[in-house]
Design a protein around this ligand. Structure first.
Ligand code: URA
Length: 253
C-alpha cells in the first residue's frame, strides 16, 4: 500500500482568467477573451470581467456550453484502445492524448507508465507529479494485471517458470510474476509489480510462448468494469473518484 498524503492547500482568491488558465483553457490572454466574449459561466452565472475574483475548490466552469469542475489535479482512467501510442509525439499511430479533452492535455497531463501501441486496457493519466511517481516507481511495487492471448497453449511448466522468475536480456536478475492463472488453453492472467520495457511480452517469450494480444485489466485493486470504472467503454476516459484514489493508496485532499 502506498502512503502518499497530499498536503492541504490553502485556497486563495484568483482572477477568473488565471483560474481558467490553470484549468488548461489557454494563455491568460486567450482566457480573458473567452470571458469577455461571454462564453464562460461560473457556478451557473455569467461574468464578463476576467479579473473577477473566485476562490476554489467548489467552482464549476461552463466553457462553450460544457461543464468542468475546478480541479487542483486531474486523475484519469482511460480505456486505451489498440493502435494508440502513449506519447504526445507518436511515431506510427494516433496519440492517446487525442482521446482526451484538449484542455486536459494543455494542463500537462501524463500517462502513469506506458502501454504499447497494440496493448489495450487500463491506463492512468495525471498532472500530479507526486502521484505519477508513486504509482510508476518500481520501488513501490504497484501490481498490474494483464490478460494475455498467447500464441501457443500455456503449459504448466511455463506458469511455473513465470512464477519462479525468467531471465530477460539486459536485466540483472530474473523477473517473477506475482500471479499467473490460466483462463483457457491460450489465455493467461498475469500480475507483475515491475514496469520494464515490453515486460509481459518479453517474460512470455522467455518462458517459451508468445503474446498475440495484451490487455491491462487492473492496476492494484482498480479494475476495468468495476467500481468507478464500471461501464467505461473502450476509447473513453473517466475521472478517478475518491474511492478509486483510496484504492490506489492515495488520500485526496
Ligand atoms: N508489458 C508489455 O510487454 N507491453 C505493455 O504494453 C505492457 C506491459
Amino acid at each position: 500500500m502506498i502512503t502518499l498524503l497530499a498536503m492541504p492547500t490553502p485556497y486563495k482568491p484568483q482572477t477568473l482568467e488565471r483560474l481558467l488558465q490553470s484549468q488548461g483553457f489557454g494563455s491568460r490572454k486567450a482566457c480573458r477573451l473567452l470571458v469577455e466574449s461571454g462564453r464562460v459561466t461560473i457556478n451557473g452565472e455569467r461574468y464578463l470581467q476576467a479579473n473577477t475574483l473566485f476562490t476554489p475548490p467548489t467552482l464549476t466552469f461552463n466553457v462553450n456550453g460544457e461543464d468542468w469542475p475546478w480541479r487542483q489535479y486531474l486523475y484519469l482512467a482511460l480505456y486505451k484502445p489498440a493502435g494508440f501510442e502513449c506519447s504526445r509525439t507518436p511515431q506510427h499511430h494516433n496519440s492517446v492524448f487525442g482521446l482526451l479533452p484538449p484542455h486536459f492535455v494543455e494542463r500537462g497531463i501524463q500517462p502513469v507508465g506506458r502501454l504499447d501501441a497494440d496493448t489495450t486496457g487500463l491506463l492512468l493519466l495525471t498532472d500530479d507529479g507526486d502521484f505519477n511517481h508513486a504509482m510508476a516507481s518500481p520501488k513501490r511495487h504497484v501490481p498490474k494485471t494483464y490478460q494475455i492471448q498467447a500464441r501457443h497453449t500455456v503449459s504448466d511448466e511455463q506458469i511455473v517458470a513465470l512464477l519462479a522468475g525468467v531471465q530477460l536480456h539486459d536485466e540483472p536478475a530474473p523477473l517473477a510474476a506475482l500471479a499467473a492463472e490460466k483462463q483457457s488453453d491460450t489465455v493467461l492472467e498475469l500480475t507483475i509489480d515491475q514496469g520494464k520495457y515490453h515486460q509481459v511480452k518479453r517474460m512470455l517469450a522467455a518462458a517459451g510462448n508468445r503474446v498475440d494480444g495484451l490487455h491491462r485489466l487492473a492496476i492494484g485493486t482498480l479494475r476495468l468494469g468495476e467500481g468507478c470504472l464500471a461501464g467505461l467503454a473502450e476509447g473513453h476516459w473517466c475521472e478517478l473518484d475518491a474511492t478509486a484514489l483510496h484504492q490506489l493508496g492515495y488520500t485526496a485532499v
